[in-house]
Design a protein around this ligand. Structure first.
Ligand code: NAD
Length: 256
């Protein structure tokens, strides 16, 4: 998919990897709609890159449908959709620090159900658009996590949401293949964003020792660069790609 002149939607675009990706796409000439629950943040990023801000809660299906309609109207056919919005927090299931069930459900609703809903709305809208070179209509990128494979303590809801994204990738790529829509997932390791800065210091201190090379967190621009490559490489489809310096999460007993 050529980026220049193409309509793109990036969710979670007020911060971190979504922000970096929206910025990267806009600089490469895409018309970008930025979705995020952080209304002030998304307006600020959109103003900085010349995109369209669409504040919305992707955990609310009616709000998501309205936001996607607004986004598609703003950028024209949205042939690139990158779903970065997510909630990442430690949520013990039992014990004194246990969170209410509704909070666990919200993590799954925003991260997994919200991602699927955005993809459904975007792909449905693309079916009515003409195919481009090679029969391609669009490219969708979802975001999993290393936690999908090495689940941390107090990460059950987050892990379930990210595991769900990884496992639905091939299913969606197969379903949308005849329409010329590719579906891929990036599975990041620890990246230096607001989400990770909220985790316990003991957890973050282990990053160098659990990351073979380079011994650091990823930076959002490295994520944006891979997202761009996925957009441009038409043979890349149905893949879950780890972007993590070969990092694997260890067993932690020190978290709540
Ligand atoms: N940072 C990491 O180490 C890491 C690792 C693996 C996976 N991820 C995933 O990468 C994605 C991007 O995370 P990030 O690290 O850039 O975090 P971030 O916190 O910087 O950005 C996440 C964005 O999602 C938005 N968001 C949260 N709930 C929302 C909702 N209900 N509706 C709309 N927007 C909502 C937030 O406002 C925020 O702007 C997330 O899906 C996250 O789970 C992050």
């Amino acid at each position: 998919m050529r980026i220049s002149g193409t309509g793109a939607i990036v969710t979670g675009a007020a911060s971190g990897m979504g922000r970096a990706t929206a910025t990267h796409l806009a600089r490469a000439g895409a018309r970008v709609a930025l979705l995020d629950i952080n209304a002030a943040g998304v307006r600020e990023v959109a103003a900085a890159i010349g995109g369209t801000p669409v504040p919305c809660d992707l955990g609310d299906s009616a709000a998501t449908a309205a936001a996607m309609e607004q986004a598609i109207a703003a950028v024209g056919p949205a042939r690139i959709v990158i779903s970065c919005a997510g909630i990442g927090r430690l949520e013990p299931v039992v014990g004194p620090a246990a969170v209410p069930f509704e909070q666990l459900a919200q993590t799954i609703r925003v991260n997994l159900t919200g991602t699927l809903h955005v993809l459904q709305l975007a792909a449905s809208a693309l079916l009515g658009q003409p195919a481009l070179e090679d029969g391609e209509r669009g490219v969708m990128i979802m975001v999993a996590s290393g936690a999908a494979f090495d689940g941390p303590i107090a990460g059950a809801a987050y892990t379930a949401s990210k595991g769900g994204i990884a496992s639905m990738t091939l299913s969606l790529a197969r379903e949308l293949g005849d329409a010329g829509i590719r579906v891929n997932t990036i599975s990041p390791g620890a990246f230096d964003t607001a989400m990770v800065r909220g985790l316990p210091a003991e957890m973050l201190a282990t990053v160098p020792s659990i990351t073979p090379f380079p011994k650091r967190m990823g930076v959002p621009e490295e994520f944006a660069a891979l997202a761009r490559h996925i957009c441009e490489n038409r043979f890349l489809n149905g893949a879950v790609i780890r972007l993590d310096g070969a990092q694997r999460m260890p067993y932690f007993s020190a978290v709540p």
